[in-house]
Design a protein around this ligand. Structure first.
Ligand code: GLV
Length: 364
């Protein structure tokens, strides 16, 4: 119900959220690994690309609509998978689902959501995909896959950049944990308890770090992508790719596509920016499979550049949480509307009437 806010863009939403959220929550969402070099560079890399716009192309009628994996999007974006959204607003993932539905785009639900898959599916009109890690206990992973299928998710997004967790010093400093009152209903039993416990000891004083060390499988390899392929009929996107050779391997092992991502700068610090990695990955894929990108998307021009560099759509992450923090579902919706309006403006000014008009020659 918040006051109408005069926030003009996604960056202003971040500043507003910083002023509202408790330190532990804001830092968990905003932060990156190590010196946060990749976090900053991933945002800046979009600014570094210059647009070679075209003129006199009749842009009086414009459409941003597209389809990804055969599923319709009002503009080429989905909400990125992000954990523990009730830390941003009491309505958490349900509010995000409502915002994404109203904006006509898709949402990828994190395994570490604070809302059950089934409830989010009910709140979501458009494509809902489920993000997955591979647990040491493959039975746990298999059960989640079956649950996502039963709930009607349209794809699985396997995060592969996190065999171990990046060291996020903000979380260590804040002794990050998920308050016991918050459900993590896609996990049951011991894993949930580990997340709630504020860990102690300077090295691992983040409950998420303890959780990951205990339950995720650092031995995962391409064989596990094949294993996942063998237990589901859903399309699988491999998320966390930054190289052409790995993108090709993903396709060879049965993935329907990849997400070029460095996990929002939260894993390997000084990793390549996604805007830089994207053209190499696009070239390696050569139009086979779905290609998405995330990391630092804050402006409509970033979306245009991502498409010009070969992406079918972008994932937008943190800004949605900032919208949630400012005004729940309405705030998240406003963030998505701002991004859509900026896309429309960028497309029009660049001489593109539709996503099909955006080609590599639009970037310098
Ligand atoms: C979870 O995936 C995180 O990046 O915190």
């Amino acid at each position: 119900m918040g006051e109408p806010t005069p926030l003009l863009n996604l960056l202003e939403y971040e500043a507003a959220a910083a002023a509202r959220l408790p330190r532990m929550a804001f830092d968990y969402f905003a932060g990156g690994a190590g010196d946060e070099v990749t976090l900053r560079a991933t945002r800046a890399a979009w600014d570094d690309i210059q647009l070679r716009y075209r003129v006199l192309r009749d842009v009086s009628q414009r459409s941003l609509a597209t389809t990804v994996l055969g599923q319709p999007l009002a503009f080429p974006a989905l909400v990125a998978p992000m954990a523990f959204q009730r830390l941003a607003h009491a309505d958490g993932e349900l509010a995000t689902a409502r915002a994404a539905s109203e904006a006509g785009i898709g949402m990828i639900l994190s395994t570490l959501a604070t809302t059950a898959i089934e409830d989010v599916r009910e709140a979501m009109r458009g494509p809902l995909w489920f993000q997955l890690y591979i647990y040491r206990d493959r039975g746990m992973s298999r059960a989640l896959v079956e649950r996502a299928e039963r709930a009607g998710c349209g794809a699985l997004v396997l995060t592969v950049d996190s065999p171990i967790l990046g060291r996020r010093e903000r979380d260590v400093r804040n002794a990050f944990h998920v308050p016991a009152a918050f459900p993590v209903p896609n996990l049951t039993g011991t894993p949930r308890t580990t997340l709630a416990g504020a860990a102690s000891g300077a090295e691992t004083a983040s409950a998420l770090a303890s959780f990951v060390a205990e339950f995720w499988d650092a031995s995962i390899s391409w064989r596990d992508v094949e294993w996942l392929r063998s237990i589901t009929t859903l399309p699988i996107l491999v998320k966390g790719i930054v190289r052409g050779d790995d993108a090709r391997l993903a396709l060879e092992h049965g993935a329907a596509g990849v997400v070029v991502s460095n996990h929002g700068g939260r894993q390997l610090d000084t990793a390549v920016s996604t805007a830089r990695a994207l053209p190499e990955v696009a070239d390696a894929m050569g139009g086979r499979g779905t290609l998405l990108v995330d990391g630092g998307i804050r402006r409509g021009t970033d979306v245009l550049k991502a498409l010009a560099c070969g992406a079918d759509a972008v994932l937008v992450g943190r800004p949605v949480l900032w919208g949630l923090a400012v005004d729940g579902a309405a705030g998240a919706r406003r963030v998505l509307d701002l991004l859509r309006d900026e896309c429309d403006l960028a497309f029009g000014l660049a001489g593109c009437a539709s996503v099909a008009d955006v080609t590599r020659d639009f970037v310098a």
